[in-house]
Design a protein around this ligand. Structure first.
Ligand SMILES: NC(=O)c1ccc[n+]([C@@H]2O[C@H](COP(=O)([O-])OP(=O)(O)OC[C@H]3O[C@@H](n4cnc5c(N)ncnc54)[C@H](OP(=O)(O)O)[C@@H]3O)[C@@H](O)[C@H]2O)c1
Length: 170
């Protein structure tokens, strides 16, 4: 059975984006995202897909799955689904090990609400972003067992420090 993981980076107040873009540039978090998702299917909302710079999409060496209710939405090199559950089932069929849900806010919220998620990989960015428009859904973290993965201090390449944790169903 494939493990379905959410991967997300959040600010102190669970901010994840602004104006259909990210709120930070954290190369070592991007590296973590790449290492984790490489060779696995990734499921994303149409807005998240549009937020990815054209030169990076579809993400290389991964099955890219976009969900949109626009049946003719053009997403070259990606699989398009109009139903999130069907998209995740398709991803599971194509990869027995791991499937990643890579956002944005709507897709995180719906997949958690539908109880489709086994694991969360959350980068906690140590800053607040009052300008944010998009937020990770409110969840009860006491229902999840937390384990530390890695830490990044602020440095010349990282304007904010962060810590990454894995949360599995307690
Ligand atoms: N910090 C992070 O880790 C992270 C990760 C990813 C994204 N983000 C940020 O999140 C923001 C985007 O999030 P968002 O909530 O605005 O958009 P989103 O979740 O990326 O995409 C929403 C779109 O997905 C489609 N959709 C949603 N539910 C669906 C369903 N059940 N069936 C079929 N299609 C469905 C709809 O597309 P149509 O309108 O085409 O029907 C909807 O408009 C951006 O700011 C981005 O930078 C942050």
């Amino acid at each position: 059975m494939a493990i379905v993981s959410i991967i997300a980076a959040v600010g102190r107040h669970f901010e994840i984006g602004k104006d259909n873009d990210l709120l930070w540039h954290l190369p070592n978090d991007m590296k973590f995202f790449k290492e984790q998702t490489m060779h696995h299917p990734i499921v994303m909302g149409r807005k998240n897909y549009e937020s990815i710079p054209e030169k990076y999409r579809p993400f290389k060496d991964r099955i890219n799955i976009v969900v949109s209710r626009q049946l003719d939405y053009p997403a070259p090199g990606c699989f398009l689904f109009s139903d999130l559950l069907e998209a995740i089932e398709f991803a599971k069929e194509h990869h027995e090990e791991r499937v990643f849900i890579i956002g944005g806010a709507q897709i995180y919220e719906e997949s958690l609400r539908m109880n489709l998620v086994d694991e969360l990989l959350i980068t906690h960015v140590d800053a607040a972003f009052p300008e944010a428009h998009a937020f990770f859904p409110t969840i009860d973290f006491s229902e999840w067992k937390k384990s530390f993965i890695q830490k990044q201090e602020k440095d010349e390449k990282h304007s904010f420090s962060f810590e990454i944790y894995r949360y599995t169903k307690a």
